[in-house]
Design a protein around this ligand. Sequence first.
Ligand code: DHB
Length: 336
Amino acid sequence: MCAKSINTAPRTPSPMTDLSTTVAGMGFPNPVMLASGILDETGASMARVIREGAGGVVTKSIGLEPRLGHPNPTVVEVQGGLLNAMGLPNPGMAAYADEIREAKREGEKRGTPVIASIFGANPEDFAILARMAKDAGADGIELNLSCPHAKGLGLEMGQDPLMVRDIMKAAKASSALPIFPKLSPHVNDLEGMAQAAEDGGADGIVVINTLRGMAIDVEARSPVLGNMTGGLSGLAIKPVGLRVVYELYQHTELPIIGVGGIGSGRDALEYIMAGASLVQVGTAILYRGPGACGMVAKELEVELERLGYANVEEAVGAAHEGAGDCGRRIDGERGQ
Ligand code: DHB
């Protein structure tokens, strides 16, 4: 059993906290990014999120060919969050490249990275998509290996460590950009999966994607979503995301990007203390609007100052301090 004690080292409030950070060689004005799948259908909407203070944006997940996605209804609000089964609708990378270019123009003005999320059916698809995204100006690539309800495309691959490694390798070989696989909490061996990503050359790991769930309409005597099941996001999944980040931090040297139920600066700080170098905000956009990432970043700055941290890196993994034998080294070298 791991007897974890709380770090009570006294700190005096820091007069100024520097929110800017560098991860996998990429500079971010702050560590709070827009998560894939919300407000990222167009370059204009991502540009707005950037103007409103996001530290980075991740595009919608884009494949090689246009896809209509699953039948309606595709989204339903549930207690503690949202359930969605969009089915990876997208216009295909050839058509979407202009949206990346438009977001990138705004990103360049503010030093805000644009990361392209891609999905495919095999390593070759990912290799082609990674190159196309790079050519469109993306600063980094997120591999969606964890969509919970797209047959043959998401989670099925993300649950196979050899596939994760081979997709990583293929994407890396075709694009020199930093690449971040996004993994699911629905894996038995998280440590093995992180190792597979690392073996394939990953520059960091994004966790978690949505959890498989269902909503029932009792009048219709039927599941609500057209696809029956969908991915649960929002506050309800925050404890799962925190646990995954915390465990992953003990098993990988790679930077971790935390996502799942982050809607406030305090939520973001919890993820950072669990071990995340960057965080992403998705569902909270629905409640706080396009400025949600910027708001979370400002709140995070207040929290970090209050606790005496001069920068974000100092707080990364802080919840592991005093964790005893089950903790791992805290040497401040992560997240660079
Ligand atoms: C979809 C994709 C995801 O990766 C996810 O977590 C939820 C939904 C989708 O397009 O259906």
